[in-house]
Design a protein around this ligand. Structure first.
Ligand SMILES: [Zn+2]
Length: 170
Protein backbone atom coordinates (compact mmCIF):
# COMPACT_ATOMS: atom_id res chain seq x y z
CA UNK A 1 0.00 0.00 0.00
CA UNK A 2 1.15 3.54 -0.73
CA UNK A 3 2.59 5.37 2.26
CA UNK A 4 0.87 8.47 0.94
CA UNK A 5 -2.18 7.67 3.08
CA UNK A 6 -0.53 6.31 6.22
CA UNK A 7 0.04 8.20 9.47
CA UNK A 8 -1.94 11.23 8.34
CA UNK A 9 -4.98 12.78 9.94
CA UNK A 10 -8.07 10.84 8.85
CA UNK A 11 -9.87 12.76 6.10
CA UNK A 12 -13.27 11.85 7.55
CA UNK A 13 -13.13 12.33 11.32
CA UNK A 14 -10.15 14.72 11.27
CA UNK A 15 -9.11 13.28 14.60
CA UNK A 16 -7.50 9.83 14.40
CA UNK A 17 -4.33 8.75 12.60
CA UNK A 18 -4.85 7.01 9.27
CA UNK A 19 -3.97 3.35 8.86
CA UNK A 20 -4.95 2.95 5.20
CA UNK A 21 -6.05 4.66 2.02
CA UNK A 22 -9.78 4.60 1.36
CA UNK A 23 -11.45 4.88 -2.02
CA UNK A 24 -13.89 7.74 -1.45
CA UNK A 25 -16.27 5.98 -3.82
CA UNK A 26 -15.82 2.30 -2.99
CA UNK A 27 -14.52 0.30 -5.95
CA UNK A 28 -17.40 -2.14 -5.68
CA UNK A 29 -19.91 0.56 -6.69
CA UNK A 30 -18.43 0.29 -10.19
CA UNK A 31 -18.23 -2.48 -12.76
CA UNK A 32 -14.85 -4.23 -12.67
CA UNK A 33 -13.55 -2.58 -15.84
CA UNK A 34 -14.33 0.91 -14.50
CA UNK A 35 -12.50 0.92 -11.19
CA UNK A 36 -9.20 2.57 -12.09
CA UNK A 37 -8.07 5.96 -10.83
CA UNK A 38 -10.70 6.30 -8.12
CA UNK A 39 -9.72 9.01 -5.61
CA UNK A 40 -8.36 7.89 -2.26
CA UNK A 41 -7.94 9.61 1.09
CA UNK A 42 -6.26 8.67 4.38
CA UNK A 43 -8.66 6.85 6.72
CA UNK A 44 -8.53 5.61 10.32
CA UNK A 45 -9.71 2.14 11.33
CA UNK A 46 -13.01 3.30 12.82
CA UNK A 47 -14.06 5.45 9.86
CA UNK A 48 -12.97 2.71 7.46
CA UNK A 49 -15.16 0.17 9.26
CA UNK A 50 -18.16 2.51 9.66
CA UNK A 51 -18.02 3.66 6.03
CA UNK A 52 -17.63 0.08 4.75
CA UNK A 53 -20.85 -0.95 6.51
CA UNK A 54 -22.74 1.86 4.77
CA UNK A 55 -21.15 1.01 1.42
CA UNK A 56 -21.97 -2.70 1.67
CA UNK A 57 -25.62 -1.87 2.28
CA UNK A 58 -25.87 0.85 -0.37
CA UNK A 59 -23.94 -0.94 -3.12
CA UNK A 60 -26.61 -3.64 -2.95
CA UNK A 61 -29.63 -1.34 -2.63
CA UNK A 62 -28.81 1.58 -4.94
CA UNK A 63 -28.57 -0.41 -8.21
CA UNK A 64 -32.31 -1.14 -7.88
CA UNK A 65 -32.99 2.54 -8.60
CA UNK A 66 -30.04 3.23 -10.89
CA UNK A 67 -30.66 4.91 -14.24
CA UNK A 68 -27.13 5.21 -15.58
CA UNK A 69 -25.82 2.98 -18.36
CA UNK A 70 -24.10 0.50 -16.00
CA UNK A 71 -27.06 0.12 -13.64
CA UNK A 72 -28.64 -2.88 -15.36
CA UNK A 73 -25.37 -4.84 -15.51
CA UNK A 74 -24.60 -3.87 -11.93
CA UNK A 75 -28.04 -5.05 -10.79
CA UNK A 76 -28.11 -8.31 -12.75
CA UNK A 77 -24.49 -9.37 -12.23
CA UNK A 78 -23.25 -7.86 -9.00
CA UNK A 79 -26.31 -7.46 -6.77
CA UNK A 80 -27.16 -11.22 -6.74
CA UNK A 81 -23.65 -12.09 -5.51
CA UNK A 82 -23.91 -9.51 -2.75
CA UNK A 83 -27.36 -10.68 -1.73
CA UNK A 84 -26.10 -14.29 -1.63
CA UNK A 85 -23.58 -13.18 0.99
CA UNK A 86 -26.10 -11.14 2.98
CA UNK A 87 -29.07 -13.38 3.75
CA UNK A 88 -30.51 -10.91 6.25
CA UNK A 89 -30.76 -8.15 3.66
CA UNK A 90 -31.93 -10.66 1.03
CA UNK A 91 -34.83 -11.76 3.26
CA UNK A 92 -35.68 -8.17 4.08
CA UNK A 93 -35.83 -7.16 0.41
CA UNK A 94 -37.74 -10.31 -0.57
CA UNK A 95 -40.37 -9.49 2.03
CA UNK A 96 -40.87 -6.09 0.38
CA UNK A 97 -41.54 -7.40 -3.15
CA UNK A 98 -45.02 -6.67 -4.42
CA UNK A 99 -47.21 -4.91 -6.95
CA UNK A 100 -47.20 -1.16 -6.55
CA UNK A 101 -49.04 1.66 -8.28
CA UNK A 102 -46.28 3.86 -9.67
CA UNK A 103 -46.72 7.32 -11.15
CA UNK A 104 -44.76 7.39 -14.40
CA UNK A 105 -43.10 10.44 -15.94
CA UNK A 106 -46.01 10.63 -18.42
CA UNK A 107 -48.32 11.33 -15.48
CA UNK A 108 -50.13 8.02 -15.92
CA UNK A 109 -49.96 5.56 -13.05
CA UNK A 110 -49.40 1.86 -13.62
CA UNK A 111 -49.12 -1.25 -11.48
CA UNK A 112 -45.58 -2.60 -11.51
CA UNK A 113 -43.54 -5.13 -9.58
CA UNK A 114 -41.19 -3.44 -7.18
CA UNK A 115 -39.46 -3.65 -3.85
CA UNK A 116 -40.57 -1.56 -0.90
CA UNK A 117 -37.62 -0.04 0.96
CA UNK A 118 -37.67 1.50 4.34
CA UNK A 119 -37.11 5.03 3.15
CA UNK A 120 -35.81 6.28 6.47
CA UNK A 121 -33.07 3.61 6.61
CA UNK A 122 -32.10 4.22 2.98
CA UNK A 123 -31.96 8.00 3.30
CA UNK A 124 -30.13 7.86 6.59
CA UNK A 125 -27.46 5.70 4.93
CA UNK A 126 -27.28 7.85 1.79
CA UNK A 127 -27.02 11.01 3.89
CA UNK A 128 -24.27 9.58 6.08
CA UNK A 129 -22.28 8.33 3.08
CA UNK A 130 -22.73 11.74 1.42
CA UNK A 131 -21.16 13.37 4.47
CA UNK A 132 -18.12 11.10 4.07
CA UNK A 133 -18.01 12.07 0.37
CA UNK A 134 -18.02 15.79 1.16
CA UNK A 135 -15.17 15.43 3.62
CA UNK A 136 -13.16 13.02 1.46
CA UNK A 137 -13.80 14.13 -2.08
CA UNK A 138 -14.63 17.81 -1.90
CA UNK A 139 -12.40 18.80 0.99
CA UNK A 140 -9.41 16.46 1.09
CA UNK A 141 -9.09 15.27 -2.52
CA UNK A 142 -10.15 18.34 -4.52
CA UNK A 143 -9.26 21.20 -2.19
CA UNK A 144 -6.48 19.70 -0.07
CA UNK A 145 -8.26 20.65 3.15
CA UNK A 146 -9.04 18.48 6.16
CA UNK A 147 -12.04 19.91 7.94
CA UNK A 148 -11.75 20.47 11.68
CA UNK A 149 -13.20 17.61 13.68
CA UNK A 150 -16.09 19.73 14.93
CA UNK A 151 -16.97 21.13 11.50
CA UNK A 152 -20.62 20.40 10.81
CA UNK A 153 -21.28 18.53 7.56
CA UNK A 154 -24.86 17.50 6.91
CA UNK A 155 -26.48 15.96 3.84
CA UNK A 156 -30.19 15.41 3.31
CA UNK A 157 -32.58 14.65 0.45
CA UNK A 158 -33.86 17.73 -1.35
CA UNK A 159 -37.48 18.77 -1.01
CA UNK A 160 -39.41 19.41 -4.25
CA UNK A 161 -38.84 23.15 -3.82
CA UNK A 162 -35.12 22.69 -3.21
CA UNK A 163 -34.89 20.45 -6.30
CA UNK A 164 -36.38 23.23 -8.46
CA UNK A 165 -33.85 25.74 -7.13
CA UNK A 166 -31.02 23.25 -7.72
CA UNK A 167 -32.16 22.56 -11.30
CA UNK A 168 -32.37 26.31 -12.03
CA UNK A 169 -28.77 26.78 -10.81
CA UNK A 170 -27.54 24.04 -13.15
ZN1 LIG B 1 -11.49 8.68 11.06
Amino acid sequence: MSKKYLNKICAYCAESVSTAGDHVFAKKFFLEDKRSNLPQVPVCDKCNTDKSKLENYLMTILPFGGRHEDAHKNLTEMAPKRLAKNTRLHKKLSAGIGLFRILQSSGISARKTGIRFRNSELWKSVSKLSEYLVRGLYCWHHNNVTLEKDTYVKAWPLSANEKNIFIQIL
